[in-house]
Ligand binder design. Structure first.
Ligand code: AP5
Length: 219
């Protein structure tokens, strides 16, 4: 399953919940890149300038980073992707990997919301320094201000969540990632969700869609 949508649409929020519900590995390229930046690895150093500018990290770095994960034993019974693929070249590469391992993509879950909603929403996002658990100061606040409910670590704003970087990320999305909507629609895989609804409502609709797909598959 693939989550697609602009920055701040709620992909991470919904994908982590679905991964828990269906006990599937959750693979988020943004989280993997932020971990590499934190470690100060070669990949992290190469990726940071692109992330801070709101641009995509070059495909060769992304494909090298994700290849091992997609072919790992833990993904044999399925996986949930968040933030990958992000352009047609990455989608072609994913298609090849899936075909090679005789698996198939089940569904692409597109969460949509207008740019002005996304800019406002992202400005209220807070993430924990330890595990990237995500909150929102208004819509999903932690029980204790500034502290993660799950691991007790400090909550901070992401480096790329400043308004000017968010605008650049949205432009990158519209130019480079949005063509994937047609790409997957033509393949009959796309399902659309209104990301302006509450997180619980979006989650219920996604779960209903996935349950229906599983039911149809079982018939
Ligand atoms: P990445 O980490 O993937 O960021 P993104 O796609 O910009 O998505 P976000 O994490 O900002 O948003 P989200 O949709 O997950 O929203 P969330 O659930 O957190 O990528 C970061 C960077 O890494 C990229 O810019 C790029 O440079 C690089 N990169 C990553 N993958 C790459 C790739 N494949 N190729 C090249 N470069 C790559 O929700 C947002 C906020 O809203 C939260 O506070 C949440 O609590 C709240 N919220 C969620 N849902 C709702 C709702 N329904 N109503 C109200 N509030 C809500």
């Amino acid at each position: 399953m693939i989550f697609l949508g602009p920055p701040g649409a709620g992909k991470g929020t919904q994908a982590t919940r679905l991964a828990k519900d269906f006990s599937l590995p959750y693979i988020a390229t943004g989280d993997m890149l932020r971990a590499a930046v934190k470690e100060g690895s070669e990949l992290g150093r190469a990726a940071k300038e692109h992330m801070d500018a709101g641009r995509l990290v070059p495909d060769e770095l992304i494909l090298a980073m994700i290849a091992e994960r997609l072919e790992a034993e833990e993904t044999a019974h399925g996986f949930i992707l968040d933030g990958f693929p992000r352009n047609p070249a990455q989608a072609d590469a994913l298609g090849d990997t899936v075909d090679r391992s005789e698996r198939r993509l089940a569904v692409v879950l597109l969460i949509e919301a207008p740019d002005d909603v996304l800019v406002r929403r992202i400005s209220g996002r807070r993430v924990c320094v330890k595990n990237d658990h995500t909150y929102h100061v208004d819509t999903d606040p932690p029980k204790h201000e500034g502290m993660c409910d799950q691991d007790g670590s400090r909550l901070v704003q992401r480096d790329d969540d400043k308004p000017e970087t968010v605008r650049a990320r949205l432009e990158t999305y519209h130019e480079q990632t949005e063509p994937l909507v047609d790409y997957y629609e033509q393949r009959g895989l796309l399902r659309r969700f209104d990301g302006t609804r509450t997180p619980a409502d979006v989650g219920d609709r996604i779960r209903a869609t996935v349950a229906t797909l599983r039911f149809e598959e079982a018939l």
